[in-house]
Write a protein that binds this ligand. Structure first.
Ligand SMILES: Cc1ncc(C[n+]2csc(CCOP(=O)(O)OP(=O)(O)O)c2C)c(N)n1
Ligand SMILES: [Mg+2]
Length: 199
């Protein structure tokens, strides 16, 4: 199964559209661009990995298992997801109902110079997730499809996997808060309260 159509969606439009409906969802963003995209809509309920590659899905799984009453959404890039592909097998096996993963798939490693990723050569992350036993997996290309997918990211029985094909537009690599320890503490404190956050 291959994804041969080209993405035309704008990644920042995608991020804004999804975040606008997040409610109290806990979000994890992957390294590089998804963290920069989310930075434009920074939120204490967002934990950004920023520079750690291949760990977003596993971080989301841990959070989903630790917080079964909360919805958890991981938003990361195709390159980042490809680096931690085994995570999808573990998520399929664990089957957390409260976890969704959205891949911003531009078919490139954009931050490091736009090298092609495997998805440009026909690897379908959506098909991998499906084969790993995710409850649902979809690959989308259009605004209408995005509109239909957003409620599923926040409400469909998980694990839900959404591949969002975007264009190759690059944006400034900026992050408002650059202190990783602070970002971690802010996320924990917001989630657990100051009493429990540091035990
Ligand atoms: C272990 C590791 N290897 C390599 C890098 C360098 N690196 C930073 S961003 C990036 C590309 C990420 O690509 P993708 O996840 O597709 O994000 P996007 O295309 O949206 O920028 C790479 C290879 C890194 N940060 N960590
Ligand atoms: Mg990419």
């Amino acid at each position: 199964m291959t994804d041969r159509k080209k993405g035309t969606l704008d990644r920042r439009y995608v991020m804004r559209t999804i975040v606008a409906q997040r409610g109290d969802t806990l979000m994890v963003t992957g390294l590089g661009s998804t963290t920069y995209d989310a930075g434009t809509v920074d939120h204490p309920n967002t934990f950004c990995l920023w520079g750690g590659m291949g760990a977003a899905a596993m971080t989301g799984l841990g959070l989903a298992l630790a917080q079964p009453e909360r919805r958890v959404l991981v938003m990361t890039g195709d390159g980042e997801a490809l680096m931690g592909l085994g995570a999808l097998a573990t998520i399929g096996a664990q089957h957390p109902r409260n976890l969704a993963i959205a891949i911003i798939d531009n078919e490139h490693y954009s931050e490091t110079g736009m090298q092609a990723t495997h998805t440009q050569r026909g690897v379908s992350l959506g098909a991998v997730a499906q084969a790993c036993g995710f409850a649902q997996s979809e690959t989308i290309y259009t605004e209408a499809e995005l509109e239909a997918m957003v409620p599923k990211l926040f409400g469909a029985e998980g694990p839900f996997f959404g591949v969002i094909k975007v264009n190759t537009q690059r944006y400034p690599m900026s992050i408002r808060v650059r202190d990783g320890a602070y970002l971690k503490d802010r996320f924990r404190e917001n989630l657990l309260g100051a009493e429990r956050a540091y035990y």
